[in-house]
Design a protein around this ligand. Structure first.
Ligand SMILES: C[S@@+](CC[C@H](N)C(=O)[O-])C[C@H]1O[C@@H](n2cnc3c(N)ncnc32)[C@H](O)[C@@H]1O
Length: 189
């Protein structure tokens, strides 16, 4: 009996020792924000922006890199820029903003959106970069970022309050949205 009690006591002491060894790391420790200023060319349009060149292992940080879908969409839009002339656009899942920023060269207003706070930080930095005079285009004061989680009515209503005219186009590259959310966008926006 005494032996069992001693074993129990030892186990408790070991567990306490283990607790003392616990190191807690802030979640920021796992985030790579070592963005590189990178050049992209779509037809006659050159875009320089900050992005990562390798994707994070966190599925929620996919927006830190530029995806092939965005390259394809931007190539299409630069070849067919007349369809965007003077229009208003909202982009879903903008990531670092490469598609919205290209659209701003032709559109009256572009609202770039994402749900991830870390991605929104780099998106806003890239928008600032494109608001400086040498990178500027005549319409770039119409380039803004908004937080938008698909299906979140508060976010959608907030955006509609700021942009009551709605939008001519809803764009998105390399994203997958449940059809129910998509219909909400169509009806509301
Ligand atoms: C694969 S990345 C594409 C980024 C960019 N469009 C591109 O092609 O380079 C998907 C983007 O959608 C965003 N996203 C994923 N789920 C979302 C959700 N439920 N609501 C809003 N944005 C979301 C991610 O944060 C990310 O920026």
């Amino acid at each position: 009996m005494e032996r069992i009690r001693n074993q129990e006591q030892n186990r408790h002491e070991e567990e306490e020792d283990d607790d003392d060894d616990t190191i807690s790391l802030d979640e920021a420790f796992f985030i790579n924000d070592n963005y590189q200023l990178t050049d992209f060319t779509f037809g006659s349009q050159e875009i320089q922006l900050f992005c990562l060149h390798t994707a994070s292992t966190d599925f929620d940080l996919t927006g830190q890199v530029v995806w092939p879908g965005a390259i394809l969409l931007n190539e299409y839009l630069s070849k067919n820029s007349e369809i965007l002339q003077g229009c208003t656009v909202i982009e879903l899942g903008s990531g670092v903003g490469i598609t919205g920023i290209l659209c701003s060269r032709f559109c009256q207003k572009v609202v770039l959106t994402d749900h991830n706070e870390e991605v929104l930080k780099i998106l806003k930095k890239n928008i600032e970069l494109h608001s400086i005079p040498e990178n500027n285009c005549p319409t770039s004061d119409g380039l803004v970022a908004e937080k938008l989680e698909w299906g979140n009515s508060d976010h959608i209503n907030g955006i509609l309050q700021n942009h009551p005219g709605g939008f001519d186009f809803i764009l998105g590259a390399d994203i997958y949205i449940h059809s129910a959310y998509y219909l909400t966008f169509i009806r509301k926006i």
